[in-house]
Design a protein around this ligand. Sequence first.
Ligand code: HAM
Length: 434
Amino acid sequence: MTDQKQFRAIKGTRDILPPDSTLWNWFEQSARDVFESYNFRELRLPIFEDTSLFARSVGGETDIVSKEMYTFEDKTGAAGEAGNLISLRPEATASTMRAYIEHGMHTLPGNVKLYYMGPMFRRERPQKGRYRQFYQIGAEVLGQSDAPAIDAEVIEMLMTFFSRVGLTRTTLYVNSIGDKNCRPQYVELLREELRKVKDQLGADSQRRIETNPLRVLDSKIPQEQEIIAKLPRISDHLCEACREHFAKLKDELRLRGVAFEENWRLVRGLDYYTRTTFEVIAEGLGSQNAVCGGGRYDGLVELLGGPPTKGIGFAIGTDRAILSIQESGNLPKLPGLDVFVAWMGAPTYPTAVGLTKKLRNAGLSVELPGEEMKFKKSLNLADKLGARYALIIGGDEVASGSFTLKRLADAEQKKLSEYELLEYLESERRGTRG
Ligand code: HAM
């Protein structure tokens, strides 16, 4: 008996179908355009890496590494020999650092400005805006300088991109979580204060008092909010250098006209951050409303065996950003099918094939049926496919060299020679697509 199993996409993964895929391509292309205008260049990275790369950079105690990674043993070939532990990447900052070190990019002139896009994998509980295979567009700046202007430029680029794609109902939160000089004291102070109120906290927060007290500030549990509001704030405990860095960052953002809100509770869920952290939330997404997270990670390259290096970057959650754009209804006009070629009678077919080729070469999207269709059926299909025009090619048209172009929206018809047809459709396309 044959297996009748109906295959379905694995839980937490999904197919991006047309026309959504057109929206995705436009979104990603817009990112390329904006990022390249800031002199960032693309880095293409592998989808899996040594598990320990993520453990060392993101942090072994984080949810991402301790619970959510897809990890497997890569067979070495020799029977019985233990293979290497490999993980599907849960994020790509670690991979970027690995590539930076591996290719000696610290010898490149100026700051190294890279961006990447692609799927990431985390075994989280799937819900709206949260998937096990999701997509990020990220950018990272690596180099010798930690000037607040670099942080501000990265954030400005991010917000420029969001406004370019019509993601405008957003809030940008910024914070500084200090560095190795001031954060340990603050974390200790926080831990002491949290121990005093331990009984009033839930199990997760109770555990975090010992493992990572900063993460308690991330809690969304309603009963904990009043307690958290009274905890000491990092902004009152930054060292002089971090305080100055944060103040300058805010000045730089104002200079660049980037609107932001300070949020002292923004600590982020990855271990590598120092000083600047930021996040953007968007409307229409429910609880999974963070569309971008980022921050500074000076010292991460060193931690992975590279030279002392400063770094800052972010990653946009493409799935969520696109969801928010869709929910807002603020959708761009995207190119669709321009012309449906309705040819009638076998003798017209060679002309139809030849004209179709010319129209496609001119950059138009053209559908040419491979089999003859009745005229009415043909126009019906053209309509259903959303074509803007039907190009009607019958025996008379071939004989006279003059073709009928019908605009489907209002049924207006024009008789045009091949030359006029190409001229008209090309200029019309320039007009509608810019
Ligand atoms: P992250 O905050 O873990 O940061 O992820 C960035 C964004 O990815 C989130 O704000 C969210 O939009 C999206 N995201 C995360 N998990 C999921 C999921 N399960 N489903 C859908 N979207 C998700 C990072 O990954 C850092 N590497 C960012 C960074 C780059 N920091 C410095 N450089």
